[in-house]
Design a protein around this ligand. Structure first.
Ligand SMILES: C=C(O[C@@H]1C=C(C(=O)O)C=C[C@H]1O)C(=O)O
Length: 124
């Protein structure tokens, strides 16, 4: 089954914004959407940490470089500077790699097997 996707907020186009308040309203609405997407994405990273067996699996160089290259290309198609996309995603991915490493290491220290019934409810 696919994850449920809520509809994004309706906002004014940049050219239809005539005040700082108009622009800030749009930015705040978009930030709420971004936050939901980041939270949704994080659910998959938590699940990945449950499925991976060893801390050294957390960092997957080839996967990261393939993703970043694809995201940079797509960003340019969308009119977003590739450099901005790269920096945002590298911070996000670095955080996730560190999260996976410490989560897997902590689980191993407790002697728990991966992917068992202790999986948290929100990541299912
Ligand atoms: C989610 C993964 O774990 C890490 C986190 C990634 C991410 O946040 O997209 C990408 C690569 C991984 O090193 C993965 O291996 O795909």
């Amino acid at each position: 089954m696919f994850a449920k996707q809520e509809r994004m907020t309706d906002i004014k186009r940049p050219a239809d914004c005539h005040t700082k308040a108009d622009i800030r309203t749009a930015i705040d609405a978009l930030d709420q959407d971004l936050l939901k997407l980041f939270a949704q994405r994080q659910g998959y990273v938590r699940r990945m940490a449950e499925l991976k067996q060893r801390p050294d699996e957390a960092f997957d160089h080839d996967r990261i470089e393939t993703m970043v290259a694809a995201l940079k290309n797509r960003a340019e198609d969308l009119g977003l500077e590739a450099d901005q996309a790269e920096q945002v995603w590298r911070v996000l991915i670095d955080w996730n790699v560190a999260y996976e490493k410490r989560t897997i290491a902590a689980r191993l220290e407790k002697g728990q097997a991966p992917n068992t019934s202790w999986v948290s409810k929100e990541t299912r």
